[in-house]
Design a protein around this ligand. Sequence first.
Ligand code: NAP
Length: 510
Amino acid sequence: MTDALTIEPAHRARPGSESDSGSGEVDRAVRAADLAFRTSVRSPATDRTRWLRTVADRLDDAADELIAIATAETGLATPRLVGEVARTTGQLRMFAAVIEEGSYVEAIIDHAATSATPPRPDLRRTLRPIGPVAVFAASNFPFAFSVAGGDTASALAIGAPVIVKAHSGHPLLSLRTAEIVSAALAEAGAPDGLFGLVGAAADGSSRAIGIELVEHPLVAAASFTGSVAGGRALADRAAARPEPIPFFGELGSLNPVVVTAEADAARGEALAAGLAGSFQGSAGQLCTKPGIVFVPRGSVLEAALPPHVGAAPHRLLTEAIDGGFRNGVEHLAAVPGVELVAGGIGSENGPAPVVYAVGLDAFADDRHRDVLTREVFGPTTLLVRYDAQDALLPVLTELEGSLTATIHAAPEGELVLDGLVEVLAARAGRLLFDGWPTGVAVTWSQHHGGPWPATTSQHTSVGGTAVRRFQRPIVYQDAPAAVLPPELQEDNPLRIPRRVDGALRLPSRP
Ligand code: NAP
């Protein structure tokens, strides 16, 4: 077995350069992935779980080295990166468990009914891998949403090859992680070309490489975590191909929080500390950062917040994110009625955390809606002061989709929750009660998505169902037993949960 990784390090691409027309780097990696797919498409679950677990083990072995590179390239704090490596390898192992359990293929068998009117054929449905997947690594999670992150893990889990487009914010980490993943896959006997990396050696932005990847005819799907502008540009490219492909983008999210008057009175000071921790963690560079917080006018929370807002400037992940933060905050501060609550925009050493507040009427004014509801990626949040909770509902209804929405209420205030729950459930993919949205637990039930622009589809990149993005259904009609995949064979040799003639059948344990 030779190296399972395809890295093309010599390329130097910038948007608009001659390499826009195709460098060969992308083509070589995608063709290798396509060849690998001929083997991986029917690879047994036992092979795939071994690939995933070996990658997880080797990343754990190399954690110290990888964290040192990540610290230098991203400026993220070491404890945060230590936790992120554990999350990443835990995620790889979780997907191995998902594959072993078996329900991810959603096997359904309807036996033939020749005496029915009209007669029915034998129908057997399963999910199969879609083909090579383009994965766009995120800037803000250099492990968990990058080269060996959830997109890569969920694609490899079901036998779909992966070509990662490295993020320009951490190229050396991308290269080193890819080398380790590659060696681990080779060690575990994975087919050559199953995993490839492109764009890591570009001098600066490698957007042309990403566009080339999405447009390559042998790429079957793409997943992306990043900005609304970037995600939209690539989603449009995916849709405009001669053969359009699914594009699973996670873009921008405001993550609204509503604090009821009862909750504020009961524990406003604790809420201030909790909000401060949540919006400043990782310098606010989290897609689930609470970006907008509805508080009663004159709240305990607002009065208690300033001492919790740090004064030290932060180094943000990239120059573009730094510029976007300063620009977003300046626009916010310029809106009539917006007041500074705490902090300041910062210096040449980096932006500092800052909190603003505005009244609900000014917030609801159409003239400033775009600025006030635009995600500002970095350590800032906006308090929106309301007088009556009823007045919130029409404003919340108008919010764009988010990954999360949060309600802080006192137990005795439950009667007022009904309307809030419905309105927020319509605007977000995860609804939290009395918590903070940052910190996404990686579990079977997790959903990390939401209505546009939070995501471009209903499916999630976190949680057991993430594999669905890279599978497509196929039904076998009156197929001879010999051609059926094992999950559809009559005697259930994989011993997986299946639906047979309408009834859920769980395998008997040996
Ligand atoms: P970004 O600028 O969109 O970059 C993400 C990736 O897309 C990079 O590989 C980038 O290439 C590429 N790209 C961007 N624009 C492109 C275009 N027009 N054509 C082709 N490729 C393009 O995002 P970022 O700077 O990494 O992250 C910051 C933003 O991402 C924040 O605004 C935040 O809201 C969002 N974000 C969202 C989530 C989520 O889960 N919803 C998570 C993290 C971040 P280069 O690297 O070569 O420039």
